[in-house]
Design a binder for this molecule. Sequence first.
Ligand code: 13P
Length: 253
Amino acid sequence: MRRLPFIAGNWKMNKTVEEALLLTRELKEALNEVKDVEVAIAPPFTALYPVFQELKGSSIRLACQNLFWEEKGAYTGEVSPLMLKEVGCRYVIIGHSERRQYFGETDETVNRRIKAALKVGLKVIFCIGETLSERENGETFSVIERQVKGGLQGLGEKEIEDLVIAYEPVWAIGTGKTATPQQAQEVHRFIRAQLRQLFSDGLAEDVRVQYGGSVTPENIKGLMAQEDIDGALVGGASLKAESFSRIVRFREM
Ligand code: 13P
């Protein structure tokens, strides 16, 4: 197995500290014996530190959902890369379509955030994906190409080793409309081809590409059977221990 499967739960703006701790305890218990899959959870900012404490002794990794690129200063409401590292984050999700859609994130700001994260040693889950109208207009590949090039601009091969790409077609997020394994595979293969072109064959083979968008215990196995799908970024189904742990245990499904 060249690429270790990586399943991450993006909790988005859900869970108080108390609820987050409860879910974390349940996940620790349910995923105790899972091997050969890397698992991460991304609670909201307020729950990061308590969840980090709760995760001690567990192999589940902590992730956050965003960061700001400056180190410190007068940026009211923002959180710096080092602050997130300090509270135990291993990964950061950057460029999620909800941030692009509702908070003005662009390829350029995504690129700045990725660079700032990697600089302090945070690993990045870099999200890309086309909207429904882009897909219907036949623009899927050009959008993906633009997002990959824009997001990774100025980064070297060594830095990309600490990066995971999440392909999340916007039309599949929270809609119950998953991309078929074939639709996802087609784009994943294209992403790998982009990495080959921008960096090298070896790097393109090593970088993990997750699929995200209405992943469930029912559809995970078919997705994971695809050659270029190396994991999943799970939203709704990551909010319950039962469904998320079944997704992580996809091999047993
Ligand atoms: P859903 O799994 O709820 O569709 O969300 C996917 C997602 O956006 C993960 O980042």
